[in-house]
Design a protein around this ligand. Structure first.
Ligand code: CO8
Length: 376
């Protein structure tokens, strides 16, 4: 087949865990934990040696973030005030790992929607904020489970992993090194969320997404042309996780809270909003697209207030739900999968010729833009 070197999105896929936790359930669990902690440390608290834990609140969470619920892979242990962490039996090496299992489910969904035979897929990228193990790569396990030949590798750019994966896949297509690439983002964020931290316990949810990036010559009739991709990183400690393979070199601190997600949420909000809005406007200019004429923005799903401000700066007016759909209300922040879920659930109704933007931003800092146009 004669290839074009023009990358398109042929289809997307989604896996959503059955279990969901409402803010009410989450806050009840946290507050029970806090009461128990305060009772157990009453003497130290009275002596001023230990700070009492403050209760969480449903009203605060909804107002500060827009999040009302989140899906998780293991609800009961996360909500158990004595555990507050996911729990599941360890899997043997010859069993599918958790990330591969949900990644495969999302990938199969995308392949089916595209009507794609796995024999035509050349590569699998597992693009996510955490990997279950360093090696063998999650991507290679997913590749094997799907029966794909070619190659696979893992990449981690935190919340921007999926858009960085899409540009990487698009570059393979542009260079003629692949004709069909699966970008899979299994995000089991519940494993690195500190459910005992009032400031962040409400933020994240679990999910998996997949994006099939292909040469236009191979793509199904219904697809999205990729008009341009752009990536940006700026170092910041405001979102940080010190978990890593060298933790065992200092056993005393190997399990401290900084080995989970930690952030300065206010600073992130203030610094990332202008950076991303400017990046979108600049990239639209480079592509000759009027940002105010964009039909829809599928933005990273971290915070409803951030999205409101970014959309307003890009579109020049307050965006409607139709122009900038929200999924974080029921999914929470699903890291790199957020903008892909928004695209997956809210793109069918657009007409051929409509132009939109998939955009991610988060830890690193990192940000990625993928401008797309519906083909037809
Ligand atoms: N209930 C009640 N009160 C609370 C709670 C709570 N749960 N939490 C905090 N408060 C209190 C605070 O203590 C504070 O009290 P005081 O004023 O007395 O100090 C007050 O409420 C206000 O707190 P904040 O200033 O922190 O509140 P904000 O309005 O800034 O809202 C947010 C906090 C929601 C975190 C907000 O700042 C935000 O969303 N910022 C953007 C964050 C963001 O986008 N981060 C992206 C990170 S995700 C990413 O990059 C992926 C990383 C990889 C994922 C790994 C998986 C885990």
């Amino acid at each position: 087949m004669q290839t074009t070197g023009r990358p398109v999105i042929s289809a997307t896929g989604l896996f959503t865990p059955e279990d969901s936790i409402t803010n009410e359930e989450l806050v009840a669990s946290f507050n029970t934990y806090a009461e128990r902690y305060n009772a157990a440390h009453a003497a130290e608290i009275a002596a001023g040696e230990v700070a009492a834990l403050e209760p969480s609140s449903v009203e605060f969470i909804e107002k500060a973030s827009g999040i009302k619920a989140r899906h998780v892979m293991a609800k009961a242990p996360v909500l158990d005030p004595a555990i507050m962490s996911p729990r599941w039996p360890r899997r043997a090496n010859d069993e599918p790992s958790m990330m591969a299992e949900i990644g495969v489910a999302a990938a199969r969904d995308a392949l089916e929607r595209a009507g794609r035979d796995v024999a035509d897929v050349d590569a699998v990228l597992c693009a996510a904020s955490n990997m279950e193990r360093p090696y063998p790569a999650m991507a290679i396990e997913i590749q094997q489970a799907l029966g794909i030949e070619g190659f696979g590798f893992d990449m981690n750019v935190a919340c921007s992993s999926a858009t960085f994966g899409i540009q990487t896949a698009a570059d393979y297509i542009r260079a003629g090194n692949a004709r069909s690439v699966l970008v899979v983002s299994p995000e089991i964020t519940s494993g690195h969320l500190n459910w005992r931290d009032r400031d962040s316990h409400f933020i994240f949810g679990d999910v998996a997404t997949a994006v099939l990036v292909e040469d236009a010559a191979l793509a199904p009739r219904a697809h999205w042309d990729i008009l341009g991709t752009r990536l940006k990183t700026v170092f910041s400690n405001n979102i940080r996780n010190n978990f890593g393979f060298l933790n065992r070199a200092d056993p005393e601190t190997a399990d401290t809270a900084d080995k989970l997600f930690v952030q300065e949420g206010r600073k992130v909000f203030k610094e990332v909003v202008p950076m991303v809005a400017q990046m979108i406007v600049d990239e639209a200019g480079r592509l000759g697209i009027d940002p105010q004429a964009l039909r829809r923005l599928w933005l990273h799903q971290a915070n409803a207030g951030m999205n409101r401000l970014i959309a307003q700066r890009v579109l020049g007016h307050e965006a409607s739900e139709d122009e900038s759909p929200t999924v974080l209300d029921t999914y929470g922040n699903t890291s790199s999968a957020g903008s892909i879920i928004a695209f997956h659930l809210h793109s069918q109704d657009l007409a051929p010729g409509d132009t939109g933007l998939i955009c991610s931003f988060g830890a690193g800092y990192s940000a990625g833009t993928v401008f797309v146009r519906k083909a037809g």
